[in-house]
Design a protein around this ligand. Structure first.
Ligand code: ADP
Ligand code: MG
Length: 389
């Protein structure tokens, strides 16, 4: 089955790939919305197998009602989730491995990237009925700790903050903006509350509350601003004594990031503050993109200092950290421009190789075989024929 193909690919990864920190990139398509249906839009995203997705571009020639398909772009990712994928499936495939790593003292980061309305917050936070990656990760973390004999030696702390308009705010204990300071452990937001947590239910309440504290648009009082980035950091501390009875602390950190909407700043005739906010959001996302580009190109200098978001994520991006990107997209032709931008960005992010990752070159080409994408040619051809009819 298609599932087996993905697993088989993982097992056949060369040794270097297993120990390296490749950025894994996933795509999740959300269900078509009522609004999109009513607007008579077409579905322009086709997942042809667990890794490959097609984006179809339509034109509306001479204003005819019938859209004409003009071309199709093909992208390959670590996995593509159709609109039927469950929160649990998305969590298990994208993040559960990182949770295991955090228990062993490693850092991991998951980003949700995409336009406003593409499903980032649904994927990260979810709802009370269908909790997302943040809650499922913490639930899994507690479950895994419980099965260990020395579970009393673990402590789990979390913090939840927002970067909005280049201002950092605590989402759990909102108050004054937080100042970023560099200390021995790296960049810290001074005064950010670190909550010691003991149960998933408690975390769910904290996160839902925190989400309510996110900045909202003045014009849409209940809607989270599309310019707000939310960062949940879960720190797992594990204490053991060595042979000489010295306490050794192992610390792993999981960062889960619900990024601001990736669409271009709306054409705005609004007040200056608005345009300023727009510019700053672009700054954090832009800075993230330049850090990613620098990592992709294997540059020595990564420009973390260019924005609050990248400063905060300095030790959670690149280095020896495992990074996961989830690109959220709408299936509707109404959003095909944004979808294309998102897929393009995600495609670029795939190229990131971090320090422990060996760069492919002519000499070690054999170590980097062209990975069989698992495309079932017969199915694909059938799909294409059907579409062409
Ligand atoms: P974003 O955070 O990217 O702006 P949201 O996560 O708020 O987008 O999603 C927009 C709307 O679509 C919300 O009403 C959300 O509940 C719904 N939605 C998004 N993804 C899914 C999904 N996979 N299944 C069901 N509903 C979804
Ligand atoms: Mg959101």
């Amino acid at each position: 089955s298609s599932k087996n193909r993905v697993v088989a690919r993982k097992l056949s990864l060369p040794e270097t790939e297993k120990t390296g920190n490749r950025v894994t990139v996933f795509v999740r398509v959300r269900p078509i919305s009522k609004k999109e249906k009513e607007a008579d839009s077409r579905c322009c995203v086709t997942i042809v197998n667990p890794r490959d997705v097609y984006l179809t571009e339509f034109v509306n020639p001479n204003g005819y009602l019938r859209l004409k398909r003009i071309r199709r772009r093909h992208f390959t990712f670590d996995a593509c989730f159709p609109d039927s994928a469950t929160q649990q499936e998305v969590y298990s495939t994208t993040t559960s491995e990182l949770v295991e790593g955090v228990l062993q003292g490693r850092n991991g980061t998951v980003f949700c990237y995409g336009a406003t309305g593409a499903g980032k917050t649904y994927t990260m936070l979810g709802t009370v009925e269908s909790p997302g990656v943040m809650v499922l990760a913490i639930n899994d973390l507690f479950g895994k700790i419980k099965t260990r004999s020395c579970d009393g030696n673990y402590a789990v702390h979390l913090s939840y903050l927002e970067v909005y308009n280049e201002t950092v705010r605590d989402l759990i204990s909102p108050g004054r903006p937080l100042v970023l300071r560099e200390d021995k452990q790296g960049i810290v937001a001074a005064g950010l509350t670190q909550y010691r947590v003991y149960s998933t239910d408690e975390v769910m309440i904290l996160l839902q509350q925190g989400n309510h504290n996110r900045t909202t648009e003045p014009t849409r009082a209940n809607e989270t601003s599309s310019r707000s980035h939310a960062v949940l950091q879960v720190v797992v501390e594990y204490q053991v004594r060595d042979a000489a009875m010295n306490i050794i602390k192992n610390v792993g950190k999981l960062s889960l990031v619900d990024l601001a909407g990736s669409e271009r700043a709306l054409a705005t005739d609004q007040i200056t503050l608005r345009s300023l906010e727009g510019a700053n959001i672009n700054r954090s996302l832009l800075a993230l993109s330049s850090c990613i580009n620098a990592l992709v190109d294997g540059k020595k200098h990564i420009p973390y200092r260019n924005s609050k978001l990248t400063q905060l994520l300095k030790d959670s991006l690149g280095g020896t950290c495992s990074t996961v990107m989830i690109a959220n997209i709408s299936p509707s032709s109404l959003s095909s421009g944004e979808t294309q931008n998102t897929l393009h960005w995600a495609d670029r992010a795939k190229e990131i190789r971090t320090k422990t990752w060996m760069q492919a070159n002519d000499a070690n080409e054999d170590l980097f075989p062209v990975i069989e994408t698992g495309t079932d040619q017969a199915t694909l051809v059938l799909e294409l024929q059907k579409e062409n009819r």
